[in-house]
Design a protein around this ligand. Structure first.
Ligand code: AMP
Length: 390
């Protein structure tokens, strides 16, 4: 039987090769989901033994800004996607001239630049925190006038896990922060005294059909995601609005692929989008065990042109990241605790702050407990009270 027959127009038949730029855990879990659907994956990475390369069927080793490397990679694949966003505009253009790139490079370019991102999101009719572009030192004084203090000063590019940003509480801090944060321009954002942080994973297919998972609540520790609660313990109205905003952004982007949308719930209940990431997202890892179709399968389906099933959730869930050597040392207890569903990324060295894996814990729908119940359910991972505010 011809496996292509009967598939939607443009869909990749089983056996096709999905090229993934980036060799980390998001590529690893995408590759595992792709294998389940009968696809092969080929990773562009500089790490021969990295998390994704360990489970993929092929690897192009080299730098993502080397045209010869990009050509070799494109030759080996049927479609290109990303788990890593900071590829150059030239690199994207070259890849797009050789193979379909999903999501489109234009979407990546928006997500790489906080100013372009804010402008795009606002133009789509979705609220963001008040902001001011800071091209030079004088613009920073204007930002103090328009936003008031405190505010958050951020680099527009290459920021992640809280890197590249400072909270400015007094005018004395302006000079040092302006000099320390690079590259310029910067963006100043009003400091949002948020009630909580949410995110929504949304996928959109080649045919324009889009699905959104339930909104989840995220808790960070040292600027790194620590815990995700699914669903977010917010009112049904806020949860519905969060999904609607994420779908609106995906539509405005004409997304083909997967997108994580992070937002703040302000003290008055208003939602403000903080940032978007056109790829699988750490705050979507709960879907691997709590949903029939995980974010990684949804990613692969969208990129391969397959139909997107509903993004339904059969269970409530807590996702706990395993970060650094301290939490990796708990591995023997984690694997010995019934109910904990561990996922490890195959990284050799557990450096401080490095994401080594995560653990999901499921609950029946509607039975997500409060902080004490979550602590009890996480057993050995309730080691430092880090989720006491959950
Ligand atoms: P980001 O790098 O934009 O994802 O920010 C990392 C974290 O810093 C967020 O998850 C928030 O906890 C905090 N943060 C970022 N922007 C703001 C803001 N405008 N107001 C208050 N907290 C913020």
């Amino acid at each position: 039987m011809d496996a292509e027959q009967g598939l939607p127009p443009g869909a990749l038949p089983p056996g096709s090769v999905i090229g993934i730029v980036g060799g980390g855990q998001l590529g690893r879990m995408s590759a595992m989901a792709a294998a389940r659907l009968g696809y092969r994956t080929h990773i562009l990475t500089h790490e021969a033994e990295g998390p994704a390369a360990q489970v993929a069927s092929g690897v192009t080793l080299g730098a993502h800004d080397d045209p010869a490397v990009l050509r070799r990679f494109a030759d080996a694949v049927d479609v290109v996607t990303f788990e890593f966003e900071n590829i150059s505009a030239d690199g994207l253009e070259l890849l797009a001239s050789l193979k379909p790139v999903r999501p489109d490079g234009a979407i990546l370019r928006i997500s790489q630049d906080r100013l372009a991102e804010k402008r795009f999101i606002e133009a789509a009719g979705v609220p963001v925190a008040p902001w001011h572009a800071v091209e030079d030192r004088a613009a920073l004084d204007v930002a103090v006038g328009t936003l008031g203090l405190p505010f958050v000063l951020k680099t527009t590019r290459l920021g992640y896990d809280g890197k590249g940003q400072r909270v400015i509480r007094s005018p004395d801090e302006l000079d040092a922060a302006f000099d320390a944060l690079a590259p310029h321009p910067l963006v100043a954002e009003a400091f949002i005294d948020f009630a909580c942080e949410l995110s929504v994973m949304v996928a959109r297919g080649l045919d324009g059909g889009a699905v959104a998972y339930d909104a989840v609540q995220n808790h960070h520790r040292d600027h790194i995601l620590n815990l995700t609660l699914a669903p977010a313990p917010v009112t049904p109205g806020i949860a519905a609005e969060a999904r609607a905003l994420a779908l609106r952004i995906a539509e405005a982007l004409s997304l083909v692929g997967l997108l994580g949308v992070e937002m703040f719930v302000a003290a008055d209940g208003r939602l403000l989008v903080n940032e978007i990431a056109p790829r699988p997202h750490n705050s979507g890892h709960w879907t691997m065990d709590a949903c029939p179709v995980s974010q990684f399968e949804m990613h692969v389906r969208a990129v391969a042109g397959l139909p997107l099933p509903p993004a339904v959730r059969h269970s409530d869930a807590v996702m706990k990241n395993l970060v650094g050597p301290g939490e990796m040392a708990l591995w023997p207890q984690i694997v010995a605790t019934p109910g904990l569903l561990p996922h490890l990324y195959g990284k050799q060295e557990a450096r401080p702050g490095r994401k080594m894996g995560h653990v999901n814990r499921l609950f029946p729908r509607g039975a997500l407990p409060g902080a004490f119940g979550i602590a009890a359910a996480l057993g050995p991972l309730a080691h430092d009270g880090s989720f006491s505010e959950a």
